[in-house]
Design a protein around this ligand. Sequence first.
Ligand SMILES: [Zn+2]
Ligand SMILES: [Zn+2]
Length: 538
Amino acid sequence: MSGEPLEVVPLGGVGEFGRNVLWLRCGASSVLIDVGVSFPDESFPGIDRIAPDLSVLRGERIDGVFLTHGHEDHVGALSFLREWCPAPVYGFPFTLALARRRLEEVRAPLDRMIEARGREPIVAGAFTVTFFRVSHSVPGSAAVLVEAGGRRLIHSGDFKLDDDPPDGETTDRDGIAAAVGAGVDLALVDSTNAERPGRSQSERVAGEGLRAAFQGARGRIILTTFSSHVARVSQAAEAALAGGRRVALLGRSMRAVAEIAERFGRLRLPAGSRPAANDLRAIPPGQLLCLTSGSQGEPFSALYRLALGEHADLELAEGDVVLLSARTIPGHERSVNRMSDHLVRRGARVVRETEPPIHVSGHAHRDEIAEWIRMVRPRAVMPVHGDRRMLAAAGEIALAEGVERGRVHVLDNGDRLTLGPDAEHVAPKSVACGVVYLDGRTETVGPEIVRERRHLAEEGVVVILVRGDAVDVVSRGVAADEEALAGEVGRATRAVLARASDEERGDSEWLRAEIAIAAKRACRRALDLRPVIVPVVV
Ligand SMILES: [Zn+2]
Ligand SMILES: [Zn+2]
């Protein structure tokens, strides 16, 4: 064993959910594993994504970016990296297809995206990286084995051990076991479900749950899941077609990902089974399945429009059923509950917990994590992907599997772990890593508004206080005539209030999000300003 030490620095994704970025450095050469975003909870009105601040990497020689899979918390910040970093990006084909779609939306460069093949090593600077297929809730998920400076680590990506998934995407245990041989120096392991006992259920079980739920339904079935969960979407479509239903895809992301899935042969919707949007009203309720994103209660999703009775192509009615076939991301419980209340007001039945379940997790439970550790035989373990207590729970599993206590490393973002010849050394807080807030709705206002706001102070803040019909605007640190600013923002806010229905006005969270967007647009258009907008509805 010789060579330069191998350094491991999480820039996001440990001690928090999402925003996964791992920086590996060996001598002058660096690679990144994943560059994801996270999704803020409701305390950030008008902010729809949070990206990692990657400025610490400027000036480093980055020889490759390796994407384990296509979820937003792993690829969502790629466009920001690509603004200045020309490094090639590697991933399985489905992962790159999802990443490309995001890049296209913001018109980021699409070159240097290189398809990886399972078990085939890729050389990038001082690094050799090999992809292995793993089971997860999106096609083309991977673990990566990394070698540099005479040391080896394996990163599980997000994974589970589903031995019989409907899409055949099993974890490549043979390939991984053969490649690790006598073991690795370090295992980075997905800790999302480290607190859950036993094993995760097979995706097939969710298929059974869906079929059972469909059988009992007389009216329309509205099913929401993550659009990237192709196996779920595909099982739902099959159950619908078998029951004589046609399949409508609502919302832009659901349609876009379904198109990719069809291209990859992962989803089959026969000609004639997909009604046009303006035909939806004419289809008898018992003959329609609508697949939609919006499972987290996102205020601008097709599902939320349906919930508010404001969808352009369809109204829900008594007898319709809404199946929530996704977990609720922590921090989004209130949005999902509010949306569910609106749906019930429309006469729909909202179903989440069933037996068999209509949702199963894509992440390994305790016994699977233990099995993974036995398979990759690590001398040291670093739990990733989760809040501190999940990381700690994964650390406990590693200890139980015989990893030495001093070699289980629970890190914070910005800590640096160095793999030495006999041990690992952790230098806490050695790298600065902040966040960048993004506002979105690229679907309606164009990519130019997706911009960073590194400091509140840079652009100032505008607080909009709404009490009934009264609107007060207070600004701090905004470089503008205060009266003009208050005029524009007040006008935009009153316009939102004027066009909102009673039900919309009763939903203060929705109102806050809508006002934030309108005010933001007004500031940009009229004053060329991009302050942080804080709407308060009382
Ligand atoms: Zn993830
Ligand atoms: Zn994932």
